[in-house]
Design a protein around this ligand. Structure first.
Ligand SMILES: Nc1ncnc2c1ncn2[C@@H]1O[C@H](COP(=O)(O)OP(=O)(O)O)[C@@H](O)[C@H]1O
Ligand SMILES: [Mg+2]
Length: 470
């Protein structure tokens, strides 16, 4: 309506001018000649018409300016709206950029926090990206790894190695997992590669993950060994149990026979031999029963310090003068729940082995101390239950053992000694005894550098010791 206001105004001016002209004409008409009247009328009509036309022109001009103004206003409004939208878009884009930067950082952090060695490879086996674990493992910066061929980085080879899972993934376009043992320093490793496709489902590369399984392999080995010991021990213990009964009968009949013919010396000699052989066999079966944990145990509170001190003299006699014995008990009491005879048997068997490993003399150290098994200990040793333990170390400076021997020493009847010298039961008996005390045994050895056995027994709270004085 606003834009028509000048038009209405000019129309009103026009009407007013016309009316004014008409009134002027009417008023001026009297007292003039016809010519004058004619001239006056023309002048007034022309001036009125002129005024009206000017008013009309002005109003038309004003009208169009107003329309233009309105248009400009609308345009300005549109512009400011567009501006507002643009600003909003900029804010949104900034937020999106921030989000994607955050996501990229989060992805990079996640990628770097994975302990497995991860790299992303292109179709031509070049490493495009590597995580921190891989960089640390190789002792290189990430930038020093990218761009290089994976076979060169992982195997120092000039082309893909035989059985390379990356090659198989490229061929089959499927994930592949293999166990490899020739990575630069990881002996046992699980290597898996998974294909990466683009939007068009074309293969553009592969994710390569190396998992260090050395620890797992070690634990598997320990588990297998424990299971084997359990099975062999049970079998040996079962056989020994029946065998022991037969031996008891043989011994009893032997004594009867001895009593029946007291006067005959030949007879006496023969029955004596039967009895001593039966006794020897009985020792073996006793050992087997210990391995199979079928022996009767009498667990009592025992101070391990005192036990090793008590047995010191006996050990001196056992190992001879060529070997120096050092007994180092802990100052504080080391109370464990144990069967003293069996603990002594462990020490004697270990000392006898140490003696055999030092034919030219050496040093034997028996040390008792406290030890704590925490999560770190259990993780690094692969055995144990958290808690406080009494640790007895029996170390010698003897021949030591190679890895192959070390792996078999706790197996019943395993011996490297010549026939008649070793029964192969000493350590398997110790193993059975330690297990029955809810303890652990560990061995450190190196050919030519001696051996030390570590026996862990759970400590108990301070309790009065029973009958340990010897
Ligand atoms: N202290 C040691 N030093 C070197 N080798 C040892 C030691 N203790 C045990 N061994 C090895 O472990 C094997 C098994 O020991 P063991 O079970 O006591 O049986 P045995 O003493 O009858 O051979 C031994 O034959 C020896 O090869
Ligand atoms: Mg032995």
């Amino acid at each position: 309506m606003n834009k028509y206001r000048p038009l209405i105004f000019s129309f009103l001016v026009f009407i007013t001018a016309a009316s004014a002209g008409f009134l002027c004409i009417k008023h001026c008409i009297g007292g003039h000649t016809a010519e004058e009247r004619q001239a006056l009328t023309e002048i007034i009509a022309v001036s009125c018409g002129f005024t009206g036309l000017i008013a009309l022109a002005l109003s038309v001009l004003t009208h169009f300016s107003l329309i233009k103004c309105e248009k400009l206003k609308a345009h300005a409004k549109e512009l400011s709206e567009a501006n507002r939208k643009l600003e909003e878009e900029i804010i949104q884009r900034k937020a999106a950029e921030e989000r994607s930067a955050n996501l990229a950082q989060e992805w990079a952090r996640t990628f770097d926090s994975i302990p497995d060695l991860i790299s992303i490879h292109s179709n031509d086996f070049r490493i495009i990206r590597a995580n921190q674990a891989l960089a640390d493992f190789l002792g290189l910066k990430k930038e020093e790894i990218t761009g290089r061929f994976c076979y060169e980085v992982f195997h120092g080879a000039e082309g893909p190695i035989a059985g390379c899972p990356n090659v198989r993934t490229m061929e089959t376009k499927k994930p592949v997992t293999v166990e490899l043992c020739n990575l630069k320093t990881v002996c046992h490793s699980m290597v898996s590669t998974s294909p990466i496709f683009n939007k068009q489902h074309e293969l553009i590369g592969a994710v390569h993950i190396v998992k260090d399984t050395s620890e797992l392999k070690k634990l598997e080995g320990q588990l297998r060994h424990a299971q084997k010991m359990e099975a062999v021990g049970q079998l040996a213990g079962g056989v020994a149990h029946d065998f022991n009964n037969v031996l008891s009968a043989i011994t009893n009949y032997g004594y009867l026979l001895k009593d029946l013919s007291p006067g005959d010396p030949g007879h006496k000699d023969l029955t004596g031999k039967i009895l001593s052989l039966a006794e020897k066999a009985s020792h073996t079966t006793q050992g087997l029963l210990a391995c199979g944990r079928k022996q009767l145990f009498e667990l009592k509170p025992l101070n391990l310090n005192r036990t090793i001190k008590n047995i010191e003299q006996m050990l001196c006699n056992l190992i001879g003068e060529e070997i120096k014995l050092l007994v180092l008990p802990e100052e504080a009491e080391l109370m464990i729940m144990a069967d003293e005879n069996h603990i002594e048997q462990c020490i004697i068997n270990l000392a006898a082995n140490a003696r055999d490993a030092m034919p030219d003399g050496g040093e034997l150290i028996i040390k008792a101390e406290t030890a704590e098994m925490d999560a770190y200990f259990i993780n690094s040793h692969g055995f144990g239950v958290q808690g406080a333990y009494a640790l007895m170390t029996v170390a010698d400076t003897g021949s030591g053992m190679d890895e192959k021997t070390r792996q078999k020493i706790f197996e019943p009847f395993f011996t490297t000694k010549e026939v008649g010298k070793g029964t192969g039961l000493g350590l398997s008996i110790i193993y059975g005894i330690v297990k029955q005390h809810k303890g652990y045994i560990d061995v450190y050895t190196r050919p030519g550098h001696g051996t030390s056995f570590k026996l862990y027994f759970p400590l108990i709270k301070k309790t009065k010791e029973v009958g340990s004085e010897k």
